[in-house]
Design a protein around this ligand. Sequence first.
Ligand SMILES: CC(C)(COP(=O)(O)OP(=O)(O)OC[C@H]1O[C@@H](n2cnc3c(N)ncnc32)[C@H](O)[C@@H]1OP(=O)(O)O)[C@@H](O)C(=O)NCCC(=O)NCCS
Length: 148
Amino acid sequence: MEVALLPLDDIMALRLAVLRADTPSSSAHYAEDTDPTAVHLGIRQDGVVVACSTWIVRPYPPDLSTPAMQLKGMAVAQHLQSQGLGAVILAAGIQRAIAQSKTIVWARARDSAIAFYQRNGFSVVGDMFVDDATGMPHHLVMLDLTTS
Ligand SMILES: CC(C)(COP(=O)(O)OP(=O)(O)OC[C@H]1O[C@@H](n2cnc3c(N)ncnc32)[C@H](O)[C@@H]1OP(=O)(O)O)[C@@H](O)C(=O)NCCC(=O)NCCS
């Protein structure tokens, strides 16, 4: 399982299938995709992208002064979920954040995925909010790289 930097076009089909199934928005493009710091990490299996995530250098909303990396669009193909691919791609992004001297990784996590983030060391911050694109309950999650 090799994590690679992928072009946005290569991860769109997976984002759509996993993150935009029966959601109010059918677009899997994010405003953050145009950020010059945005990179897309992915895992291919037989040439097909089966896991992806997008990483952007972006301040952590509750603490704008701390160097931080935002994680977005975390998705693993449904038939391969719960086999560790999510943890592998998350670890690769966290290593990139550490290499770029960031001290926080944060995400707007749908509640159904919060246990995944917590098992990987993240903390839940603040109140629930509903994400417009998915209509799903979300919480902010953060990983403090100075203590993890
Ligand atoms: C959330 C998501 C990205 C996590 O990816 P994943 O590959 O399923 O995650 P992991 O396999 O690393 O961890 C999840 C589970 O697998 C288990 N696991 C970890 N490594 C494992 C391994 N080597 N073999 C078997 N199981 C393993 C974990 O304990 C965890 O347990 P669970 O069965 O209680 O869930 C993925 O499930 C997904 O795409 N979900 C739908 C979209 C989504 O919610 N995205 C997040 C938006 S914020």
